[in-house]
Every structure is written in structure tokens, then in C-alpha cells.
Design a protein around this ligand. Structure first.
Ligand SMILES: Nc1ncnc2c1ncn2[C@@H]1O[C@H](COP(=O)(O)OP(=O)(O)OP(=O)(O)O)[C@@H](O)[C@H]1O
Length: 314
């Protein structure tokens, strides 16, 4: 056998061996181009069926890209995804299932609803063949939209659109539910209610969940495990309580840091590159706050917000 074929075969068999019926096992690599230069996303994780993982990290670190890679919406440079007994991706073996053949449901930050269909139509469209259309109404009930089933999505509020996007993702009965800040547009009580509905649903269907959140309290409520990404790599992996402290529901983790430089995000808002504990991250600031290089800040690991130290003094 030609020597160059051997590594590819070995890699393929490693991916194929990882293909256990009750596990999601992946290693994905992708070169991303950030505003301040290229970053290589390189993440390997293994989850059991029904596990819920919260993905946290500073803005621009690759969280959304990782969800898109898993869903098959972004091509990987290298790696594999072995999902519940099936290879969705094995770059070494040339296997790359298209998004529609992966049993992954992704709820985007911008919802991606069909504007020409009613609320009910959006959910019905996603039902697998053979599932009665009454299932759409059950799901709309679950997310509190039963009364708006005939409305066009364009006439829903941001929070209602977010709930519709969630119902549509659930309709497809995914084995892997990928949620990109799914509840960020919802206010307190409703957010709590949907968090509970999601937790109950997960327990009932054993759906594996990966959710991007900036909210440690949400990670504590919805996730068994939290992973912190920085510059495309996993820097912490453990239980949310161990990572953020059991009282994270009230106070996000605060780290002392120092401003290195101010950058401009894609939406034109300022982002500050902060150095904290030997690492760097990008953080937002409250409107009107101006920081200079060298300023001391407190960095909230929950929403990656930097607050000038002086402003926090009593
Ligand atoms: N297809 C692509 N090719 C190359 N680079 C990309 C691609 N898509 C996104 N990027 C870059 O990858 C970086 C990470 O983006 P991503 O949206 O994954 O970060 P994030 O951690 O989800 O950020 P946020 O918390 O702000 O949503 C960004 O700098 C983005 O410009």
C-alpha cells in the first residue's frame, strides 16, 4: 500500500471507531478570518446522548462557527463528526453529509423564518414525513404561540419569532439541537418558562443539546456541562457550577483585567481587547464608556462586558 494512503485510512478508522450509537464525538478544524487576523478553530468534544452542553466564550471566538460546522452549514477544513452511530463527516474519507441529512436542528440568532408562511406553516414545514400536522399545534402550545398560529412571522415580536424558531427546530425531531443564544430576546418570566420547557423536553426525548449562551445562570439551568472557548480552542470544560460558582445565577464570574487596545466590531460598536490572567478576549462596554490602553477593568465572564474599575468603587 502506498505510504501516503495509510494515515488517511488510520484517521478514517479512528472516526469510524468513534461512531457509538449513544454518543456524539467530533473533532473539527476550521481556519476563521477574524478582524484581527486568522484564528484556527480546533475543537474536539465527546457528548453522551441527552447531554446538554453550554458553549461560552468571548465574542468572535468561534462559537457560532462551531454550531454551523456541526450542522453542515459551514465546510470544515479537517476533522470528523460521529453522531449517534452515523458518520456525518469524515474529511479523511471524503464523507460529508449535507445539512438536510444530518439530524441536527439549529436555531439561528436571526431566526431564519419563512416569511411567506404562517406561524403554523413554518412549524408544519419542518415536521418529518408521517408525523400528523396536529404536532405543529402542540409545539406552538409548548412555546406559547398557539394563539398566533395564523399570523405571518413578520408580524411577531423578536421574542415571539425566537420562540417560533425554537418550535420549528423541535418539529424536525433532531437528535442534536443546536441553539445559538436562543432565548436572548426574551424577558425574564418568559425566558424562565422556556428554559423549563426546554429542560423538560430534553429529559423526555433525550435530545442532545449544545447551546451558545453568555448567561452563566442559563448554563446552570439548562446544561450539565459548560465549555469555555477562547480564540478557537477549549480552555475550560466542566460542570457549570464548577466553572462559574454555584451562585452564578446571581453574579457572573468577575475577573480583573487590563485594556490592551480598542477595536471596532462589525456592527461599528467598540470592543476592547482585554488581557486577564495571561489570556486575551474581546469585551463590550456599556454605551458611553470610553477606556484607554492600560486601564484596569473588571471583566464579567457572563456577558463579556468590561467595567472600568473606578466605576465599581463604592
Ligand atoms: N465562513 C467563514 N470563514 C472564515 N471566517 C469566518 C467565517 N464565518 C465567520 N468567520 C469569522 O470567524 C470569527 C468567529 O465568528 P463566530 O460568529 O463563530 O464567533 P462567536 O464566538 O459566535 O461570536 P459572537 O459571540 O459575537 O456571536 C469571526 O471573526 C468571523 O468573522
Amino acid at each position: 500500500m502506498a505510504p501516503f494512503v495509510l494515515p488517511a485510512l488510520l484517521r478514517r478508522s479512528r472516526a469510524a471507531r468513534a461512531c457509538a450509537p449513544d454518543r456524539l464525538d467530533f473533532h473539527l478544524r476550521k481556519r476563521l478570518v477574524a478582524a484581527d487576523g486568522p484564528v484556527t478553530l480546533d475543537v474536539a468534544l465527546s457528548l453522551s446522548r441527552g447531554e446538554s452542553l453550554a458553549l461560552l466564550g468571548p465574542s468572535g471566538t468561534g462559537k457560532t462557527s462551531l454550531l454551523r460546522l456541526l450542522a453542515g452549514l459551514l465546510p470544515a477544513d479537517d476533522g470528523h463528526v460521529a453522531a449517534f452511530g452515523r458518520l456525518w463527516l469524515d474529511c479523511a474519507a471524503g464523507i460529508d453529509l449535507p445539512a438536510r441529512r444530518r439530524r441536527a436542528g439549529l436555531v439561528f440568532q436571526d431566526y431564519a423564518l419563512f416569511p411567506n408562511m404562517s406561524v403554523r406553516g413554518n412549524v408544519r414545514f419542518a415536521l418529518p414525513r408521517g408525523v400528523p400536522s396536529s404536532r405543529a399545534d402542540q409545539l406552538l402550545e409548548l412555546v406559547g404561540l398557539a394563539g398566533l398560529a395564523d399570523r405571518a412571522p413578520g408580524r411577531l415580536s423578536g421574542g415571539q419569532q425566537q420562540r417560533l424558531a425554537l418550535a420549528r427546530a423541535l418539529a424536525a425531531e433532531p437528535e442534536l439541537l443546536l441553539l445559538d443564544e436562543p432565548l436572548s430576546a426574551l424577558d425574564g418570566a418568559l425566558r424562565r418558562e422556556l428554559q423549563e420547557a426546554l429542560a423538560a423536553l430534553r429529559a423526555r426525548q433525550r435530545t442532545t443539546l449544545i447551546l451558545v449562551t453568555h448567561d452563566p445562570a442559563e448554563a446552570l439551568r439548562l446544561a450539565d456541562r459548560a465549555v469555555l472557548l477562547e480564540a478557537g480552542a477549549v480552555v475550560a470544560d466542566g460542570s457549570p457550577a464548577a466553572l462559574f460558582g454555584a451562585d452564578a445565577a446571581d453574579a457572573p464570574l468577575l475577573l480583573a483585567g487590563r485594556v490592551l487596545v480598542c477595536e471596532t466590531a462589525a456592527d461599528g460598536s467598540p470592543r476592547y481587547r482585554i488581557e486577564s490572567q495571561g489570556r486575551q478576549c474581546l469585551a463590550r462596554v456599556a454605551p458611553g464608556t470610553v477606556l484607554a490602553p492600560g486601564d484596569g477593568v473588571l471583566l464579567s465572564a457572563g456577558d463579556w462586558r468590561a467595567t472600568p474599575l473606578a466605576a465599581r468603587r463604592p
